[in-house]
Design a protein around this ligand. Structure first.
Ligand code: G3H
Ligand code: 13P
Ligand code: ZN
Length: 328
């Protein structure tokens, strides 16, 4: 059944687990997530970015997720809009049936001026008022997603007009988080702790100076009743990087967010963990390997079957590691 994000995250908080929130763009990714969830009996969060709507088209994306709801009636599913850039985007998603939206008012905020904070509070509070009136949940974001290592990160990377922001300016401030939640009444809050979107997060295995798990604890102490969200939380498995390289791909040395660090976050209030890149890496590795080994193959179903199986294994591993397996 389609459920709101709030319902799932409240259950996760009561029972001390976290949920992966997987980005979806196509049939195979949705198959992979649902097969994994079905096998380990986990609730599901599927989220569509602006890029996903552009790629698939909004009706296709929506109907694919609705097909999952129909095909797996025993699994609670959240249809969530990832990184809404404006209230208008959120209203459109609500009208088309999404049960949860993210109003990302931090996108305008990289200069960290006082007025951009006010902007974020204002747009987020407006979206919460509209969404809650129709039973839809809202995720907000405070802080600047991006690497604490200079020159890394694909988005919101802290390279504003004033140049590179310092370590502390990028991270979510616990006091400000408390103020933000009080003023906006968001259901979930995405926080910045040094992660960034995409495959190139860290040039070395992350330690506390570049991945600020301690900051989660400080934020959770201030706002214990707010569900925290980690973005940019792919683990970037070395095995898949090696398979991609072995079968003709080119990927530089890179490290993601270790699953153990995410588990530490879940012990401290993180309930939603956004993952897109890991599924991309697994699918690409599986397709490269399949085509290299089956040079005369031309039926897309054959290599997409391998890609689906590879994505499914990633999903199962995350459901199990974050504790949502068995909770559907
Ligand atoms: O928010 C980031 C997700 O990985 C979505 O990426 O904009 O390429 O769909 P995308
Ligand atoms: P990754 O790029 O680490 O998978 O993060 C995805 C994300 O945060 C989507 O909002
Ligand atoms: Zn994100």
């Amino acid at each position: 059944a389609l459920v709101s994000l709030r319902q799932l995250l409240d259950h996760a908080a009561e029972n001390g687990y976290g949920l992966p929130a997987f980005n979806v763009n196509n049939l195979e990714q949705i198959h992979a997530i649902m097969q994994a969830a079905d096998e380990c009996n986990s609730p599901v969060i599927m989220q569509g970015s602006a890029g996903a709507r552009k790629y698939a088209g909004e009706p296709f994306l929506r109907h694919l997720i609705e097909a999952a709801v129909e095909a797996y009636p025993h699994i609670p599913i959240v249809m969530h809009q990832d990184h809404g850039a404006s209230p208008a985007v959120c209203v459109n998603a609500i009208r088309s049936g999404f049960s949860s939206v993210m109003m990302d008012g931090s996108l305008e905020e990289d200069a960290k001026t006082p007025s951009s904070y006010e902007y974020n509070v204002d747009v987020t509070a407006r979206v919460v008022a509209m969404a809650h009136a129709v039973g839809v949940s809202v995720e907000g974001e405070l802080g600047c997603l991006g690497s604490l290592e200079s020159g890394m990160g694909e988005a919101e990377d802290g390279h504003g007009a004033e140049g590179v922001l310092s370590h502390d300016q990028l991270l979510t401030d616990p006091e400000q988080a408390a103020d933000f939640v009080r003023k906006t009444n968001v259901d979930a809050l995405a926080i910045a702790i040094g992660t960034s979107h995409g495959a190139y997060k860290f040039t070395r295995k992350p330690t506390g100076d570049i991945l600020a798990i301690e900051r989660i604890k400080e934020i959770h102490k201030r706002i214990p009743n707010t569900h925290l969200v980690m973005h940019g939380s792919s683990s970037v498995p070395q095995e898949w990087l090696e398979i991609i390289r072995e079968y003709g791909g080119e990927m530089k040395e890179t490290y993601g967010v270790p699953v153990e660090e995410i588990q530490e976050g879940i012990k401290n209030g993180v309930r939603k963990v956004n993952i897109d890149t890991d599924i991309r890496l697994a699918m690409t590795g599986a397709i490269r390997r399949h085509l290299a080994k089956n040079k005369s193959e031309f039926d897309p179903r054959k290599y997409l079957k391998d890609a689906t199986a590879a994505a499914k294994e990633i999903c199962k591993a995350r459901f199990e590691a974050f504790g949502s397996a068995g909770q559907a």
